[in-house]
Design a protein around this ligand. Structure first.
Ligand code: C2E
Ligand code: CA
Ligand code: CA
Length: 720
């Protein structure tokens, strides 16, 4: 770009004002030099053309031009004409010096744009005085100064940039231009770490470098804080990527602050009726989209971006009212035991059901809520709704499964997380293990101490803690073994890329075994195909969640899904009904609840000659069977420790039933006294230490049954 010349700010800190003397006579130039050299920095030109080139270079850095009219090559009038058409050069005051002191001549010169007129021969005092006045006028014309330059860096001010860019766009309709806004990543941190002074130094440095980079291709301004804007002509030499790379690599190399990253947002100017201020806003919007994104340093603005931003603003404007009006609904997605294909839990995932727009998925609002902190209000709402739901399930006798809720990291900042959660449990009379808390892995690494302490307390209280999106953060193995967690939930990307990268399989395998080694349960998320299920099953993964089994669904739908699923599975696989032949109807029925297959088998062999058996491999199924078929069961023999609802939980659930009427329960475990005491306190009728001995087992069952019969009889006689 050689035919447009932009005003730049070289030597803004020069102490003396510069004066350009244009005269073909060396004698005249020397005479002027003598008068002025003590007070000013002087530049000389022997003709109009030469002067024009100098002015083009220095622009408003020249304070005054002293111009002779009659010169070879280019005379004074032509010079005036040239300067007049340039918006920036025309701002430099010109004093015409001529020996023709007629009024006509003076008028002519002034009409050509000269600021003043001094007849030759020079009277030194007059010349000095006129120059001083002009400079003073210019420097005290506050508007001009304020408008034109940024006080700190000396580049153009925002207002001036807007006006000047607009003018250039109008004057050169045939040329193509971009607006580029530049933003220093984490500039605030620079100020915090190195101090304001260093921050200012950096800004001046940047201003310099932007100008250097632009050269003759455009001009720049400071828009605010650390944001600079450039108007740059589009041509082959100015390929944006090349320009950016040159800037980041070469220009920032010697910056006063190390490791700077500058992001560029680019607005391609198509419609010149858009105000330049708005063009800049849009270029800045483009930067926002790549903020903190590693290796994404240049972003182009397009209209979809604007619409996206508008949408985001609408979300922010509406969120509070939406929460109040309960527009947020909980969807539930089941988690399955991959070995048995049974539902073992669910995750609560929020949906925004907007009265006009319909369903909005969390991807569209959760990140925004996280930015504004509103997420903690939404999270609390979700927890409360979840507790409410669990309470309804409990009261209406629906099978209970634990529900996981997401706990965003913002909740840890507030310091009252435990209190909030515990209060919710109390209010809805729930056991903490019904509520699993999903905390994303990256939260642990960001503020480890604070989070770990809180999570530890929550876990002590009885909440089950799941580490969400495991694999996306940077927790070390060391750290992992010390974190207070119960479940590792593998990041969905392990599944999604599993086919693309062969070695992901072995990574997946490694993580599953790592999780086992740490004695954590493993949940794989985002499972969509049968192949993935098989793979995970073979690796020994415990649970899966994904579209293969079910998508997140409204709670009502989930409830019927749960019941159907449970019933069908209960019949087919889970409850083994033994020895119910017609001729043996007289036998009493023992409900055996035991998760170890070998022990189940042994019990079946020992007991089936004498009893009808209902066998379940987990507490939850046994409990839901009991709720419907209590009358069939004479006695329960139950293991204390099972993966899916353990014996303590069942005792807890049975606790409030009428003691005299209730079915006797024999609990067992491999440990001794401590478990026994707790089991008895919770209402077990008897306790056995494993492994079972055939004879004692039969004896105790018989004994407990007789005892219960006697109590029941006494109770009935007592009332009649
Ligand atoms: P997340 O916690 O990792 O949740 C899992 C996401 O994966 C859900 O997306 C779920 O619908 C989706 N998903 C489940 N199975 C599959 C599958 O087989 N394939 C694929 N492609 N996706 C699957 P959703 O519901 O859109 O939620 C997105 C994220 O929004 C969640 O990721 C979570 O980080 C956040 N979120 C959702 N609800 C809440 C909430 O109540 N509070 C907080 N703090 N965050 C929430
Ligand atoms: Ca989650
Ligand atoms: Ca997840």
């Amino acid at each position: 770009m050689n035919d447009i010349q932009y005003k730049t700010q070289d030597n803004i800190v020069s102490h003396k004002n510069k004066i350009l003397i244009v005269d073909d006579s060396a004698v005249n130039r020397t005479a002027l030099r003598k008068i002025l050299e003590n007070d000013y920095e002087l530049i000389e030109a022997p003709n109009g053309l030469h002067a024009w080139e100098i002015l083009r270079k220095y622009k408003t850095d020249i304070s005054v031009v002293l111009l002779d009219l009659v010169m070879p090559v280019m005379d004074g009038y032509t010079f005036l004409e040239y300067v007049q058409v340039d918006p920036i050069m025309s701002m430099v005051p010109i004093i015409v010096m001529t020996s023709n002191d007629s009024v006509d001549e003076e008028i002519r010169c002034l009409s050509f744009g000269a600021s003043d007129f001094v007849p030759k021969p020079y009277h030194p005092a007059i010349v000095k005085h006129r120059i001083k006045n002009l400079i003073h006028l210019r420097e005290t014309s506050a508007i001009l100064n304020l408008l034109e330059h940024d006080h700190l860096t000396g580049v153009y001010s925002k207002e001036f940039f807007y006006q000047y860019a607009q003018k250039i766009l109008t004057d050169y309709p045939e040329k193509r231009f971009n607006i580029i806004c530049c933003d220093v990543e984490n500039f605030k941190l620079v100020n915090e770490r190195f101090g304001m002074e260093k921050g200012d130094e950096l800004l001046c440095y940047l201003a310099d470098k932007y100008q250097e980079l632009l050269g003759n291709s455009g001009f720049c301004a400071r828009i605010n804080a650390d944001i600079f804007a450039m108007l740059i002509e589009v041509n082959e030499e100015n390929q944006l990527e090349t320009l950016y790379n040159a800037f980041q690599r070469e220009k920032l190399f010697s910056a006063p602050v190390p490791n700077l990253v500058v992001k560029w947002g680019v607005y391609e100017i198509v419609d010149r009726t858009v105000p330049v201020s708005r063009m800049c806003d849009r270029a800045i919007l483009a930067i926002k989209k790549i903020k903190h994104q590693y290796k994404q340093n240049v972003a182009w603005y397009d209209d979809t971006l604007r619409l996206e931003m508008l949408k985001e603003q609408q979300v922010l404007d509406n969120m509070e009212a939406a929460l109040e009006e309960k527009q947020f609904k909980i969807y539930l997605q089941p988690k399955y035991d991959v070995q048995t294909n049974k539902i073992v839990g669910a995750e609560a995932l929020v949906r925004w059901i907007h009265p006009e727009k319909g369903m909005i998925s969390p991807g569209e609002f959760i990140p925004l809520f996280e930015q504004t902190g509103f997420i903690s209000s939404l999270d609390y709402y979700v927890w409360e709704e979840t507790c409410h739901l669990l309470a309804i399930w409990r009261d209406s006798g629906l099978p209970l499964i634990p529900i996981s809720v997401n706990v965003s990291r913002a909740n840890f900042e507030l310091g009252d997380l435990e209190e909030k959660l515990v209060n919710l449990l109390e209010r809805y009379q729930l056991l903490p293990e019904w509520l699993h808390l999903e905390i994303t892995e990256s939260a642990y690494t960001e503020n480890p101490e604070k989070i770990i302490n809180t999570v530890e307390a929550l876990r002590k209280f009885g909440f089950k803690i799941e580490m969400d999106d495991f694999g996306s953060g940077y927790s070390s193995l060391n750290m992992l073994s010390e974190l207070p967690i119960d479940v590792l939930k593998l990041d969905m990307r392990f599944m999604q890329h599993e086919n693309k990268f062969e070695n992901k399989k072995s990574i997946l395998g490694f993580i599953v075994s790592l999780s086992k080694w740490l004695e954590l349960d493993t949940v794989a998320e985002g499972v969509e195909t049968k192949e993935q299920i098989d793979l995970l099953r073979n690796m020994g993964c415990d649970y899966v969640q994904g579209y293969y089994y079910a998508r997140p669904m409204p709670t009502k739908e989930f409830e019927s899904y749960l019941v159907n699923e449970k019933l069908s599975q209960g019949k087919e696989e889970r409850l083994f009904v033994c020895d119910l032949a017609a001729d043996e109807q007289e036998k009493r029925t023992v409900l055996v609840v035991e998760d170890l297959p070998e022990t189940r088998k042994a019990l079946q062999e020992t007991l089936s000659p004498y009893y009808n058996l209902i066998i379940s491999d987990n507490g939850r199924d046994a409990y839901s069977y009991l709720q419907k078929n209590e009358a069939n069961v004479s006695i329960i023999l139950m293991d204390l420790f099972m993966a899916v609802m353990d014996g303590f939980q069942i005792l807890e659930l049975c606790k409030n039933r009428d003691a005299e009427e209730s079915i006797p329960i024999i609990m067992s475990s491999t440990a001794g006294n401590k478990d026994e005491l707790q089991a008895i306190q919770l209402g077990a009728s008897h306790f056995l230490t494993k492994p079972y001995k055939k004879e004692t087992l039969l004896y105790h069952i018989q004994h407990v049954l007789e005892d219960a019969d006697l109590r029941r009889k006494a109770f009935k006689e007592g009332i009649s």
